[in-house]
Design a protein around this ligand. Structure first.
Ligand code: UT7
Length: 329
């Protein structure tokens, strides 16, 4: 291992809504079955917010928990990066609203848009800003209320997504612990495979566009699935190779939680046994940028990640975007 970490994780937190939406509930809304959803995705239920809940509330709850877990005061935070595509409003950045809600008055705050890759992109940007620009206490959040842009009449997509937030507090690396290496990738030529066309400059929120449901998620599921397996496999391969780490050295693999079949395909490629692969897609569905930080927090609190453990993470999302990271906890 020849990479020297700059930033390490000091604390983690998460927040998911109380309300559970089961596959049986979805059977009442669209033409689907629990059997189909379980077989094709591995999702049993997901958490959803009450309509109109601000993303900044969920994200702030996760952030407060991460600060508490790290033993860091909100005033000590000098940078907040939120990876999300479902912020409170088009502008200002939701990171600024979170800054105010948690009282991080000394922080610079901005949002980063990379869909399901938002958290790992943000983590890499944070690590680079610590190395190059001297930030010392950074809050990185992945938070999403995807149900705010779901078309509940589209069974191809509405069964997949859930809401949630996860956060980590980063500080300078100690004892060679921290983010060892990360790889990011993008391919805008496939932007039309997964997108929300409404509310932007192309399709402003006119009554006609709203009636045409242009503000909802459009996905070519099969194509996205194929790209996801390839891109996640390649990204994992690249990060391990460049960091000089063998797959069997990983104590835990945390893949983005989009579909159990994608998770299993990636794990199989690296011969990672099931007990070393973190899975919560069955309980939470696809929470986009929140999926990895929620998983990190769950795994730490359940004792599945101990200090010193080597954890691999890999994700894929709209853009297309993908990212991988290896972290020594
Ligand atoms: O977060 C990162 C981005 N997202 C992803 O990574 C998601 C990637 N894609 C997927 O996970 C899968 O493609 C899906 C779960 C979305 C779909 O699974 P699939 O095995 O690719 O199914 P499909 O889209 O090929 O559909 C198979 C059949 C179709 O019927 P016909 O044409 O074979 O008669 C669909 O109409 O299943 C039907 N179908 C459904 N049936 C019951 C599609 N959605 C449903 C549904 N319930 N909810």
């Amino acid at each position: 291992m020849h990479k020297t970490p700059h930033a390490m994780i000091y604390g983690t937190g998460r927040s998911v809504p109380e309300k559970v939406l089961t596959n049986a509930d979805l059977e009442q809304i669209v033409d689907t079955t629990d059997r189909w959803i379980m077989a094709r995705t591995g999702i049993r239920e997901r958490r959803i917010v009450e309509p109109g809940t601000p993303l900044s509330d969920l994200a702030s709850a996760a952030a407060r928990e991460a600060l508490d877990n790290a033993g860091v005061a909100a005033e000590e935070i000098d940078l907040i990066i939120l990876g999300s595509v479902t912020g409170d409003m088009k502008f200002p950045a939701t990171a600024c609203i979170i800054q105010d809600k948690i009282g991080a008055k000394n922080a610079v705050a901005f949002d980063l848009s990379a869909a399901c890759s938002g958290f790992l992109y943000s983590l890499q940007v944070a690590s680079a800003m610590m190395a190059a620009a001297g930030y010392r206490r950074i809050l990185v959040i992945g938070a999403e209320i995807l149900t705010s842009m779901v078309n509940w009449q589209d069974r191809d997509t509405c069964v997949l997504f859930g809401d949630g937030a996860g956060a980590v507090v980063l500080g300078p690396s100690v004892d060679n612990r921290g983010i060892i290496h990360s790889c990011l990738g993008s391919d805008g030529s496939c932007a039309n495979l997964l997108f929300n066309p409404g509310c932007g400059s192309v399709n402003p929120p006119t009554p006609e566009n709203a009636a045409a449901k242009l503000h909802t998620i459009n996905m070519a599921g099969k194509e996205v699935f194929r790209h996801a397996v390839t891109a996640m496999t390649n990204a994992m391969q690249q990060v391990l190779q460049e960091a000089g780490i063998a797959p069997e050295q990983l104590n835990l693999l945390i893949p983005h939680q989009a579909n159990l079949r994608i998770i299993e395909a990636v794990a199989k490629r690296f011969h990672v046994p099931a007990e070393k692969v973190y899975v919560n897609v069955d309980r939470l569905g696809n929470t986009s940028s929140a999926s990895i930080p929620i998983a990190i927090d769950e795994a730490r609190r359940a004792g599945k990640i101990a200090p010193g453990d080597l954890v691999g993470m890999v994700t894929f999302g709209a853009g297309l975007t993908w990212a991988s990271s290896v972290i020594r906890f």
